[in-house]
Every structure is written in structure tokens, then in C-alpha cells.
Design a protein around this ligand. Structure first.
Ligand code: AGP
Length: 614
């Protein structure tokens, strides 16, 4: 969460800070701020709310000032202290000698605050970050140079940080430091940059250095030096990014979420492109670096993820167990990291993360790796910290996802699990060749089937009109579609703020059915296969309690019409592939309900796209 940027030597300093912050808005949007060095002093501008408010605060003369020396910027997702102007970054030290922007959490800030207060430092904000500014000022008094002062201060911090630092009396240098939060140094011609993520820099340079934990960058306009926390100078060369600048455009759609929902057929084609060549050839997963021997002996898999990625992982569990018989455990990363790490002998660990930066998942895969497990990461960001730390990877190629609510990256993650499960079945010989060919044929048809759903949204919109004022929503399914029910409920909660819960359909009668009456819609996912009849009878039980019934199904028959008030039909497919299709109406339903309610769909309150705090 939070995004930081910084720059030195750039004539168009303010445009850089504002444009690059805009590229990081997905990381938080509670407040925004910049600090610029004008050669004599540090000027600070902050605004509560979205970046737009900060932009409106700055006049054109200032925005075009070519004489500014250096600057830092921040976009906030509040952790400590309300999202107001005082708590917005940058934060300055007591005598205003230091200004900083920070992403991360300082765990021992209360102790440090007490020590600094006793020394006479006065605090203005409720943030953990402010202690770093005062601490730096305190350390400069005792040290003969700025990087020594930074190293001394950093050694006193527990927790996570990506920092951009400027000093009033040292206008020619911008400092940066990282521990457990992403930070990149961008190397330009006569200017250098820092940012939390690559898209912020692509318009300015493609030469970047990914800073690692406990590294400090001392950055001038035309040179830089990287050192470790003990002051040893490190030889780090920039790498050239293969990407073009990211154009953030809604392409005519009202929201990024709607655009991203509509991109899913192409995302799936793209995922299959270099991995599934013909139905009779084995799948190619070239970034999976498991030896034949490891694969043959593989007898257990654990998957760790959060949020939507966790729901993709639950579908993955079902698939791998179904196709290979290998037992799979799935756990929320935030739970995994506070238990004993148990790695069985012939097992691997899979981390799933769109961003590849989610703190809980990052810590979890580090723990698994430290305990000897091979770590395979399924991610949309092959340049992320997670991808860099993993032994193997399945890149999901969903493209840049702007909307905070994950849609196309989820479908791409599901595809990664289909490919992995079939790949394992091929290597371990657990399915017949004919069945594998049938599966591959069905996979290829999925994009077209999604297009059919996307071209017929009337029923979904009708449901949204009818239920947008509902206070509680229930989603039920069984088997491989149970995680889809969880995901549908999460999507609705995230963007409409309506209370929605996903249940295994068979669990309703063990408690939740008590809530049902005519005010509660129950959305059931039922496709032909192992559990169709069971979900149907659980739906009948709900209908008998006067619930409003909605079906997402590939069937259309009189029996369904008797039970359901609304029937949303999807094309037929093998039950194992149905999550790819059943997900789409649920994403659209959440979208249209939130739209009717006039919610901020792409940037829902209290959320951020990349959750880099535990
Ligand atoms: C999805 O709509 C959410 N924004 C959220 O649950 C997200 O999936 C979760 O934070 C995990 O993120 P990751 O995939 O980047 O690790």
C-alpha cells in the first residue's frame, strides 16, 4: 500500500511527481502529497482524498518551475492515523531539516516516539512515519555525513519501509532505502528517479535497479551509489525493462473494472498462446523449473494466497486433486505465517498473487522457502518481489489491471491452475491421453463462450436493478464452483459495500438458512455435473423460506423456472471448466449493482490494489 516516488535533476519535476503518482494511485488514494527542494528550502503540499485534490492545489507557475532541485511524492493508504491532511505524507522533522515519504509500517514506532519526545521532538501527526523524520534529524546531529545518519536511523527501525528522503541542507542528493517494501531506482540521462513500481517510471526511463532489502541509494542528478546498511558500496547495474509505457485508458468503458471484465476472453487466449500449442502436444510451462524427478515424487502441494487469489487457489486445489490425486492444502497467507511452517518431504509450495507484492503472501513464501520448499509463484507481475524470490513461476499475462477489484487477473490465475493441473497429469500420467486432449479442446473454446456471456447482459442488469437496494446477499454453490460463490460475494462486498456471503450450498441448512426470508436474495451456481441435483435441492430449501432466487446455470428447464425468479444462462462446458464461465455473471452483477448505487467502482473506499502491509 502507499506509493512513493522521487526525482533529482529533472527540469519538469512537478509534472514527473504528479504523473508518476497517478500511475501509483492503485496503491492508495486516501491522500497525496509532495515535497520539493527549491535550493534553499523544502516546500510541502498535501491534500486529503484523491490525487486530483493535490493537483488542484498547485498553481501553474509552480507546476512549471524549472529550478527545483529534487522532490518526493506520496499516495497514501492509511494505516496509522485517519486519512486527513495532517497525516498525509511527506512528513518533516521537528526543525524541518528532513522530509520523507514512506511505504510500510514501523512496528516499534511507539517506543521510538517516546524516546524522541523525551529528547524534545514534537509530533504533529498520528503516523508511524513521522518518527523516521525526527529520528533522521536526531541522527544527523551526531553523524558527520548524511548516509551515515540514515544507516544509524534505519538500524533502529523494526518493520517495513520504502523511503524517499531529502535534506534541507543537502539539496543535491536524494536518498532512498528499502526493507520489505518494493522500491525501484530509475536511471535517466541527467536525472534519476525512485518509485514503488515500474509503471511510474516507464515514461521517463527503462533503465532500472530493483533495490533489495537493507539497501540504501544515494542519488544525484547524473550519478548514484548503492550501499548496504553497513555502508559497503554495492556494484548494481541497471537492467533494461522490456515494456513500453503503460497507457492507462478506459477505452470508452465507464470504468476500468468493466473494461477489464471485457478483456477476459483475450486474456485467456493470451494465457494459452505460448503454453498450449496443439491438443496432442504436451503443455509447455517453461518457467516451471521442477525436475522430472521432483515431479514424479511430488505427493503434496500447499497453496498460499489472499483475497481473490485465494479463491483462485481453491479452484486450483480442486483441479489438481481431481486430475492428479495429489492432496492440496490451501491456506490464507495471513494465517499461514503465524503457525509452525510444516513442509513435507516431496512437496512444493505455490504462492498466488496478482501483484506479486502482497506482504502476507511474500512472508509466507519466504517461510516456506526457508524451510526447504520449492516455491512456485503464479503472478501477473513477473518483475515483482515474489517472482524474484521464487524458484519457479507461471506468469499469467493478464496485462496491467487498474481496477482495485480483481477480475481479469483472477481468470488468468484460474487458467494458470488449469494448465498446471493438466501439466502435472501429463507428467505423472494420471489421466488418459484422450481425456487430456478433450480437456485441451474445451480450454480453447472458453474465450468464445465468455464472449457469449458478455454479449448478453440483460438478465444480469435486470437482477442488478431489482436487488441493488438489498442489504444482504447470499451466494451458494458446491464443488468446484464453491470458490466462485466466495469470489462473487467478495466482488459485491468490495465495490457495493453490500453484505454478501458465499456458502457451500450444503452448509445452508446447518445455520445460515435461519436468516432467509423474502428480503434476502440467494444466488445459486448450478451446472450439470456431480453436484447439480444437490445444489438444486438446496435452492428449493431456500425458495421454501421465501428467499428471492437467482440461478447462474447452463440449463434452462421447467424445474429451474419453478424454483428461480431469475435465470442467468451461460454456455455449456465440462463441469471442471465452469468456474471460468460462472465467474463472469457474478463480476457483472457486482459491477451493475455498484453502478446503480453510484459507488466509486475502480477505487472502492478503504481498499488498495497492492496490500504491502501484514
Ligand atoms: C480482489 O478484488 C482484491 N482487491 C483483493 O482481495 C486481492 O485479491 C488480494 O489483496 C490479493 O492480492 P494479490 O493477488 O495481489 O496478492
Amino acid at each position: 500500500m502507499c506509493g512513493i516516488v522521487g526525482c533529482i535533476g529533472q527540469q519538469n519535476l512537478i509534472p514527473f511527481l504528479l504523473e508518476s503518482l497517478e500511475k501509483l494511485e492503485y496503491r492508495g488514494y486516501d491522500s497525496a502529497g509532495i515535497a520539493v527542494h527549491n535550493g534553499d528550502n523544502i516546500e510541502i503540499y498535501k491534500a486529503q482524498g484523491k490525487l486530483e485534490n493535490l493537483k488542484n492545489l498547485l498553481n501553474d507557475t509552480f507546476k512549471n518551475d524549472k529550478n527545483l532541485k529534487s522532490g518526493i511524492g506520496h499516495i497514501r493508504w492509511a494505516t496509522h492515523g485517519a486519512p486527513n491532511q495532517i497525516n498525509a505524507h511527506p512528513h518533516s522533522s521537528f526543525e524541518e531539516k528532513v522530509s520523507i515519504v514512506h511505504n510500510g509500517i514501523i512496528e516499534n514506532y511507539k517506543e521510538l516516539k517516546k524516546e524522541l519526545t523525551e529528547k524534545g521532538f514534537e509530533f504533529k501527526s498520528q503516523t508511524d512515519t513521522e518518527v523516521i523524520a525526527h529520528l533522521l534529524e536526531d541522527c544527523i546531529k551526531d553523524e558527520n555525513n548524511y548516509s551515515n545518519a540514515i544507516r544509524t536511523a534505519l538500524k533502529k527501525l523494526d518493520g517495513a519501509y520504502a523511503l524517499g528522503i531529502i535534506f534541507k541542507d543537502n539539496p543535491e542528493i536524494l536518498y532512498a532505502a528499502r526493507k520489505c517494501a518494493p522500491l525501484i531506482l530509475g536511471v535517466g540521462e541527467d536525472s534519476n528517479f525512485i518509485a514503488s513500481d515500474v509503471p511510474a517510471l516507464l515514461d521517463y526511463t527503462k533503465r532500472v535497479i530493483y533495490l533489495e532489502d537493507n539497501q540504501i541509494a544515494v542519488i544525484k542528478g547524473s550519478s548514484y551509489q548503492i550501499m548496504d546498511i553497513d555502508g559497503n558500496i554495492l556494484d548494481k547495474k541497471p537492467e533494461i525493462l522490456p515494456w513500453e509505457p503503460v497507457t492507462i485508458s478506459k477505452m470508452g468503458y465507464k470504468h476500468f473494472m468493466l473494461k477489464e471484465i471485457h478483456e477476459q476472453p483475450d486474456v485467456i487466449r493470451q494465457t494459452l498462446f505460448d503454453k498450449l500449442h496443439t491438443v496432442s502436444d504436451p503443455l509447455v510451462l517453461k518457467e516451471v523449473k521442477l525436475t522430472k524427478e521432483t515431479l514424479e515424487q511430488l505427493d503434496r502441494i500447499q497453496i498460499i494466497a489472499c483475497g481473490t487469489s485465494l479463491h483462485a487457489a481453491l479452484v486450483g486445489k480442486y483441479l489438481i486433486e481431481e486430475f492428479t490425486g495429489i492432496p492440496v492444502d490451501v491456506e490464507a497467507s495471513s494465517e499461514y505465517i503465524y503457525k509452525r511452517t510444516v513442509i513435507s518431504k516431496n512437496s512444493i509450495t505455490i504462492g498466488v498473487s496478482q501483484s506479486g507484492e502482497t506482504a502476507d503472501t511474500l512472508t509466507a513464501i519466504r517461510q516456506a522457502k526457508d524451510n526447504g520448499s520449492h516455491v512456485l509463484v503464479i503472478t501477473n507481475r513477473p518483475d515483482s518481489t515474489m517472482a524474484r524470490q521464487a524458484d519457479s513461476m507461471i506468469p499469467v499475462n493478464a496485462g496491467f489491471e487498474v481496477s482495485v477489484a480483481a477480475t481479469k487477473s483472477y481468470s488468468a490465475q484460474l487458467m494458470a491452475f488449469y494448465l498446471l493441473a493438466i501439466y502435472l497429469a501429463e507428467v505423472k500420467n494420471t489421466l488418459s491421453e484422450e481425456y487430456i486432449e478433450d480437456l485441451k479442446k474445451e480450454l480453447i473454446q472458453l474465450p468464445q463462450k465468455i464472449e457469449m456471456i458478455l454479449s448478453n447482459k440483460d438478465k444480469i442488469q435486470d437482477c442488478a436493478v431489482k436487488f441493488h437496494n438489498t442489504k444482504n446477499f447470499i451466494y451458494i454453490a458446491r464443488g468446484i464452483n464453491y470458490p466462485v460463490a466466495l469470489e462473487g460475494a467478495l466482488k459485491l462486498k468490495e465495490i457495493s459495500y453490500i453484505n454478501a456471503t458465499g456458502y457451500p450450498a450444503g452448509e445452508l441448512k446447518h445455520g445460515p438458512i435461519a436468516m432467509l426470508d423474502e428480503t434476502i436474495p440467494v444466488l445459486a451456481i448450478l451446472v450439470p455435473g456431480k453436484v447439480y441435483e444437490k445444489v438444486l435441492s438446496n435452492s428449493e430449501e431456500s425458495k421454501a423460506r421465501n428467499a428471492n432466487m437467482i440461478a447462474v446455470t447452463s440449463e434452462d428447464n421447467e424445474h429451474l423456472e419453478a424454483v428461480f425468479d431469475y435465470i442467468i444462462t451461460i454456455p455449456r462446458t465440462n463441469e471442471v471448466f465452469s468456474p471460468i464461465l460462472t465467474t463472469i455473471p457474478l463480476q457483472l452483477l457486482a459491477y451493475y449493482i455498484a453502478e446503480f448505487l453510484g459507488k466509486d467502482i475502480d477505487q472502492p473506499r478503504n481498499l488498495a490494489k497492492s496490500v504491502t502491509v501484514e
